[in-house]
Design a protein around this ligand. Structure first.
Ligand code: PXP
Length: 238
């Protein structure tokens, strides 16, 4: 059974829309933990569009389950990770203008740059996972870097426009998963997973971690709406 890492970035997205203190992603992390999350995942982006440095520092003190920091493979972020020491760092590609992480990290093309971050993080005892496309060359390059595991990008499966295309992407993920395990790497998966499409991915043999964000936060907003309105209604009914 895979562990569930809950990505709470979008709680911070709502907070940053007003540059205020609520909703606090640290509170969301606590509630996610109470709900059974096996891990909390946050992405500290270069432009700090959602999670802020202080969120990361506070979560390091409060989160009791695995804290997984997603970040770009570059020196400023590596310095922050070395100071905070999350349980795991997931290295992701990052372009300022993208809405979310679009493709996987190109480990083959950026081998030396990624290696420099991996070595520093591992020397500090932080497990490193690389977010990559389900591509055998990328998996082999990740193995050569000596990382703990890889997170296979499930976005193409999630975004497939037809059942046939989804089945093709699923088979690609299945082959890549098998190869990942053969290489002795931990198998993580994530991106674009929803209440509708997750079951098939969760059933892939040996997948040890799923990271899911947007769909859970979207559901949380809606399942909480009725109660939130009822509470405000009680206050205005004087
Ligand atoms: N895994 C990685 C590496 C990501 O960058 C993201 C998005 O931040 C996720 C998982 C979660 O994706 P989603 O929000 O689509 O569930």
């Amino acid at each position: 059974m895979p562990a569930l890492g809950v990505n709470i970035d979008h709680v911070a997205t709502v907070r940053q829309a007003r540059l205020t203190y609520e909703p606090d992603p640290v509170w969301a992390a606590v509630l996610a933990e109470l709900g059974g999350a096996d891990g909390i995942t946050i992405h500290l982006r270069e432009d700090r569009r959602h999670i802020q440095d202080h969120d990361l520092y506070t979560m390091k003190k409060t989160v009791q389950v695995k804290l997984n920091l997603e970040m770009a493979a570059e020196q400023e972020m590596t310095g922050i990770a070395l100071a905070v020491r999350p349980d795991q760092v997931s290295l992701v590609p990052e372009k300022r203008e993208e809405l979310t992480t679009e493709g996987g990290l190109d480990v083959v093309a950026n081998f030396e740059r990624v290696k420099s971050c991996v070595v520093q993080l591992q020397e500090a005892g932080i497990e490193v996972s690389l977010f990559i496309d389900p591509d055998l060359d990328q998996i082999a390059a990740s193995k050569n870097l000596g990382v703990h595991g890889v997170e296979l990008h499930t976005g193409r499966y999630a975004d497939a426009a037809s059942a046939e295309e989804q089945q093709r992407e699923y088979e690609t993920l299945l082959r890549a998963s098998q190869f990942t395990i053969e290489q002795g790497l931990k198998l993580h998966m994530g991106h674009g997973l929803t209440y509708r499409n997750v079951a098939k991915i969760a059933a892939i043999p040996n997948v040890s971690e799923l990271n899911i964000g947007h769909s859970i936060i979207s559901r949380a907003v809606l399942v909480g709406m009725e109660q939130a309105v009822r509470e405000m209604k009680a206050l205005v009914t004087v």
